[in-house]
Design a protein around this ligand. Structure first.
Ligand code: FES
Ligand SMILES: [Fe+2]
Length: 421
């Protein structure tokens, strides 16, 4: 029998855009294709904001490290966990003649030897040994360690700041988003399935595609439409949205009557195997109930809910769904090129059933993302053609509007405090 969705009519007409204090005017598209704007974003946003660069589970124990290109800047960051458990990022640049010290992208070692002339550093950045040290002039090893990058960890998320001295603390940067999201359960954080691709699209074109469900009927008729729309909500209107300074969250509708099409026999069989029916974390009922009770997960606690998108400015979205969380990183490469990195956090499976559910989930997600890619790249071509100067956004595209507004604000702001005001 169909579930009655008594309260959807109210939330569907909430006028989120005006409620959150945003303009309803058309939005300029120059920020999506203009090279000058991209260069300003690099300098004014990515070189000033606290950037979310990973989760601490990526470097689980002392000696663990990862190396990441922090595009669109030129920084290549070596992020280590030191002997005392501290997470610290460094510029991966040798103090001798500037070679990258670590070529690997991840691993476990407590010392790093530069491949060029074998200077060796500890993983806390200290310079340990220099071959033929006595042949240098007025040499003070203590002053020649790796250059630190300001690093903070909040709720397991690793942030860096590339300013010589950050203008604001991470706490100030996150503002009201921090208390809202604190205490979130990161189910399966140890073992993500990672999906990476380079896109011929601006980083905002890519992130925009993941923060609205208006496109789902048109772009994803066979993969997502039946889950994200229904006769109650045929255009996938959002359930809710909130802005937190430069950050934002949106809550997406889910069809409460969605059932796997029995024609899709493998999927229907897999769905019948899970304890909770969730396809992400393979968590137990009790774990899932605790996770779902968090204030930031389905904030309205309404039944027709599918997922929340929490966009941490500028370039990361942390999504939460009925069974866990997943993330999207949009690393800008140029004004029309982006490296997308999707991480789908799923518990290591011990049973055939859980593994099968996860495999099916991943294949569905990857299929849906592939459906988005064509549209993103065609959108970029359309935006670059010069045919339009503005785009028309509706109420459920509030996440896009707020993001572009914030990018413009940061580009124009003389100080970070002003950008956050
Ligand atoms: S550049 Fe690293 S040891 Fe020479
Ligand atoms: Fe999509």
């Amino acid at each position: 029998m169909a579930t009655k969705v008594a309260d959807f009519g109210d939330v569907a007409n909430a006028n989120l855009t005006q409620r959150e204090g945003l303009s309803t005017a058309p939005v300029p598209i120059a920020p999506y294709h203009c090279r000058t704007f991209f260069e300003q974003e690099t300098k004014q946003i990515f070189e000033r904001a606290w950037l979310l660069v990973g989760r601490e589970e990526e470097i689980p124990e002392p000696g663990s490290f990862v190396v990441k290109d922090i595009t669109p800047t030129k920084v290549n960051a070596l992020i280590t966990r030191t002997a005392n458990g501290k997470v610290q990022a460094f510029h991966n640049t040798c103090s001798h003649r500037g070679s990258q010290v670590v070529y690997a992208t991840e691993g476990r070692q407590s010392r790093f030897t530069c491949p060029y002339h074998a200077w060796t550093y500890k993983n806390d950045g200290e310079l340990l040994t220099v071959p033929d040290e006595s042949n240098f002039f007025d040499f003070d090893k203590k002053k020649c360690g790796l250059t630190k990058i300001h690093t903070e960890v909040w709720e397991g998320w690793v942030f860096i700041n590339l300013q010589p001295e950050p203008e604001v603390t991470l706490k100030e940067y996150l503002g009201d988003f921090a208390p809202y999201f604190e205490g979130f359960e990161y189910l399966g954080a140890n073992s993500p399935v990672v999906f990476e691709i380079e896109l011929d699209a601006n980083w905002k074109v890519a992130s925009d595609a993941f923060i609205e469900t208006y496109h789902i009927s048109a772009i994803h008729p066979g993969t997502l439409k039946d889950g994200f729309t229904s006769t109650h909500n045929p255009y996938g209107r959002l359930l809710d949205a909130k802005v937190f300074g430069s950050h934002r969250t949106v809550s997406m509708y889910g069809n409460p009557n969605y059932q796997t099409d029995p024609k899709h026999r493998v999927e229907a069989f897999a769905a019948s195997l899970g304890e909770t029916g969730n396809v992400i974390s393979a968590a137990t009922k009790a774990e899932t109930a605790k996770y779902l009770s968090h204030r930031a997960v389905n904030p309205g606690k309404v039944p027709p809910w599918s997922m929340d998108v929490n966009h941490v400015f500028p370039h990361v979205q942390i999504d939460s769904g009925p069974g866990g969380f997943w993330t999207h990183w949009f690393w800008p490469l140029s004004e029309n090129r982006t490296r997308y990195e999707g991480r789908f956090y799923m518990a290591e499976t011990k049973s055939f059933a859980a593994r099968m559910i996860q495999e099916l989930y991943v294949s569905r997600v990857v299929t849906a993302i592939c459906e988005d890619i064509t549209s993103m790249q065609r959108t970029q071509k359309g935006l670059e053609s010069g045919g339009k100067s503005h785009m028309m956004l509706q109420d459920s595209e509030i996440g896009i509007r707020h993001h572009v507004d914030q990018c413009i604000k940061w580009v124009e702001a003389d100080t970070v405090k002003e950008a956050l005001s």
